[in-house]
Design a protein around this ligand. Structure first.
Ligand code: 5GP
Length: 192
């Protein structure tokens, strides 16, 4: 029988480059990104099952009552959550699944999934982080200040993660995460 895949929880402040790192990792057929469910309406080109699973409030609440989410939260009058079913199915098929989620969400998942592996993607410095946020050209000054404050708070929580990987060069960062995946698969408790 195939070995069960890993559940990887990846967090890090906005601008740390999480999305790009995850984008590289999922190029591997054996790695899947968990898609969240939400009750908010699709924006622009968003498609059901791609960016999110778009559910009605009734469908979402039914799934909550059936214990269908690892965790969920309300944000601006909408629900957001990480559905268990697809994650469990992929893991049974031997695929590693990534949940890209914030520090609070990671805590909740750790409580439920004892063998999950948490990775914090760290920017090389706060200066670099600020440069990256400004470089996007999409954020207002007020937003940048807010995000930097939040990032500073988040960085202090990195020590609660199993691994901390610095995203200085994208290639090295992706290599480091792949090294974590390889090593985790070799843990004795996953062998038997
Ligand atoms: P947006 O509507 O802009 O796509 O997302 C709004 C917020 O919901 C973002 O902060 C995003 O990180 C958060 N979010 C997306 N999916 C989930 C999820 O599965 N669980 C939780 N707790 N938050 C989520």
């Amino acid at each position: 029988m195939k070995k069960k895949g890993l559940l990887l929880v990846i967090s890090g402040p906005a601008g740390a480059g999480k999305g790009t790192v995850v984008g590289e990792l999922v190029k591997d057929e054996n790695v899947r990104l968990s898609i969240s469910a939400t009750t908010r309406a699709p924006r622009g080109q968003e498609q059901n099952g791609k960016e999110y699973y778009f559910l009605t409030k009734e469908e979402f609440e039914k799934s909550i009552s059936e214990d269908g989410f690892f965790e969920y939260a309300r944000y601006l009058d909408n629900y957001y959550g990480s559905p268990k079913k697809p994650v469990e199915q992929w893991r049974q098929e031997g695929r590693d699944v990534i949940l890209e989620i914030d520090v609070q969400g990671c805590k909740k998942i750790k409580e439920q999934v004892g063998d999950c592996v948490s990775i914090f993607i760290m920017p090389p410095s706060l200066e670099v982080l600020e440069k990256r946020l400004r470089g996007r050209g999409t954020e207002t000054e007020e937003n940048i200040i807010k995000r930097m404050k939040r990032a500073e708070e988040e960085l202090t929580l990195a020590s609660g993660y199993d691994y901390v990987v610095i995203n200085d060069s994208l290639e090295d960062c992706v290599d480091d995460v792949r090294a974590v995946i390889r090593a985790e698969k070799l843990r004795s408790e996953r062998q038997y």
